[in-house]
Ligand binder design. Sequence first.
Ligand code: 13P
Length: 251
Amino acid sequence: MRRPFIAGNWKMHKAPAEADALAEALKRALADVTAVDIAVAPTFLAIPAVAARLRHSNIGVACQNVAVEIQGAYTGEVSAEMLKTAGVQYAIVGHSERRQLFGDTDAIVGKKVQACFRAGLAAILCVGETLPEREAGQEETVVARQLEAGLAGLSADQVGTVTIAYEPVWAIGTGKVASPAQANDVHAFIRGWLGRYPSFVARNVRIQYGGSVKGSNAAGLLSQPEIDGALVGGAALSVEDFVAIVKAAAG
Ligand code: 13P
C-alpha cells in the first residue's frame, strides 16, 4: 500500500516570521499523525526558519523550484544542492505557474528533475492540462508529454521514488475542483503510463491531486483508489484546513 502524502505549497506567501509561526502551529496540530507523509513548501527565504522549526518533527520541508545548475552566474536562482544543505527534502518541479509564468518548458522541467536526483532531493513532478486542452479532450496527451519529458533519462529505480502531482490548471486557485471521478481517471491514466517501467514503479509511485483541495472536499478525493495524496495551495495557509486535509488522508 502506498503511504498517503500531503504537501502544502505556500507559493509566494508568508515572510519568515509568519512562515515560522505557521510551521509551529502545524507541528503542534499534526504531532500525533503517523500514517501520512507531510511536507510544506515555504518561499526560499523562509526555508531556514521553517527547516529549523520542523527539525525532529513529522513534517518535511519542500522547495517550490530548483535551478538546473549547481552553481555559477545564474542571477536569481537557487540550486538543489544549496536547498539540500538548508534542510530541504522534497522539491516541487514543473508547477503550472512556473510553466505558464516563468518559462519552464518540458525540457527544463526534465533537467530540474535531474538536478533533484543529483542533489538528493525527492522530486514532486507536477503535470496537468489547461482548460482549453481539457475542452479539446487532450488531457491525456498533455500529461503523457509532460511525464515523458519530466522523467526522461531516469532509471526505473529513480522513477519509482518520484511523486507525481496531477494539477489540472483550470482547478488551481479557482475553487473549481476536479470531481473525484475526473481526478481518478487521469490518475489511472498516469499509473497506466508508468506501466512502461517494471511493475514496482507503477505500484510505488504516489500520485497527488492538486487544485482547490480543501478540508471539505479532501475526503472525497482521497477515497479514490488512484489518489495517494494532495498538493494543496490556498488551503495550506490555513492551519484548520491543512490539518483537516491531513486527517482525511490519515483515514
Ligand atoms: P490551490 O489549492 O490554491 O488551488 O493551488 C493548488 C496548487 O497549485 C498547489 O501546488
